[in-house]
Design a protein around this ligand. Structure first.
Ligand code: AMP
Length: 282
């Protein structure tokens, strides 16, 4: 695997591939890699000649200083994992390489997608995401880029950005990779205490029950039921639960048969914030 910290050197290397008509698949990450990330990389390997993975803990997308400071960093192990799935190129720039001396995000309008859910609870988060993904797209200019449905709102926002900027990049959404007990894999899971880790699968168990209830119960009945479930769980604090339409991410009030819906959830286990979502069938 080729490794770069320097964007010019990376661009030079990628130009050689592009001149040979090789397709480039790109997987942006913040490192502390797990099987969820590897599933994206494997998908990219199947569909492209060359796979580039970036590891960059992007400061402008964190609304919480402590979360940024404590974000797990495991570069040595990440490199081993990347080599195990035959990743071709790693780009792991410094903050200065990306932001020079101005660590600020640009402002983006994603036609309202940015005001829902994560946008309400993490101020400036999607401006930070837009800034870094756009910067990485400009450096790498991939043919395809792979994002997890674990961050479904982010996936929709990146699709919107590509459409608005008219970029020639295909955005591919990949399914959520889970632990055996259903907990969605996340770099933050390693920070959970033993007790928190034991109770955390409750989040997905609740979402699965929501999927069942969606056939027979109203949205407001389901909202109330979820809130009550979490009131019985002292180790988990519900931040939000929303049933939203997939395309606009607007909260659903009533079910319409021609629309696709998902249930989205954010929960605190102590100071660790976990998110998950599930596709619903009407
Ligand atoms: P992160 O390193 O958390 O920024 O994630 C990098 C990419 O991996 C994003 O597109 C995430 O949505 C995706 N990802 C993270 N966790 C999972 C998972 N459990 N299953 C599938 N994709 C994931």
């Amino acid at each position: 695997m080729k490794k770069f910290n320097d964007k010019k050197a990376l661009k030079h290397c990628l130009l050689e591939y592009k001149n040979k008509n090789k397709s480039i698949g790109f997987v942006p990450t913040m490192g502390a890699l797990h099987k969820g990330h590897l599933s994206l990389i494997k998908k990219a390997k199947e569909k492209n000649d060359v796979v580039v993975v970036s590891i960059f803990v992007n400061p402008t997308q964190f609304d919480n200083v402590e979360d940024l400071k404590k974000y797990p960093k495991t570069l040595k192990n990440d490199i081993k994992l990347l080599e195990s799935v035959s990743c071709d190129v790693l780009f792991s720039p410094s903050v200065e390489e990306i932001y020079a001396d101005k660590i600020v995000s640009k402002k983006f309008i994603f036609d309202g997608l940015e005001h829902q859910m994560e946008g309400k609870f993490r101020e400036g988060h999607f401006d930070g995401v837009g800034t870094i993904v756009n910067a990485l797209f400009e450096i790498i200019e991939p043919n395809k880029a792979y994002f997890g449905q674990k961050d479904f709102q982010q996936l929709q926002i990146i699709k919107k950005m590509v459409k608005k900027k008219n970029l020639a990049i295909k955005i591919k959404g990949c399914p959520i990779f889970r632990e055996k007990d259903g907990l969605a894999m996340s770099s933050r899971n390693v920070r959970l205490s033993k007790e928190q880790r034991e109770i955390a699968p409750f989040i997905f168990k609740t979402l699965k029950k929501v999927r069942k209830k969606f056939g027979t119960k109203s949205v407001s009945e389901i909202n109330e039921w979820v809130e009550n479930q979490f009131k019985k769980q002292p180790l988990l604090e519900l931040e939000y639960f929303t049933i939203a339409e997939e395309k606009t991410l607007e909260t659903a009030q009533i079910k319409e048969s021609n629309k696709k819906y998902r249930a989205f959830i954010a929960v605190f286990a102590g100071k660790i914030r976990l998110i998950d979502n599930i596709r619903l069938k009407n």
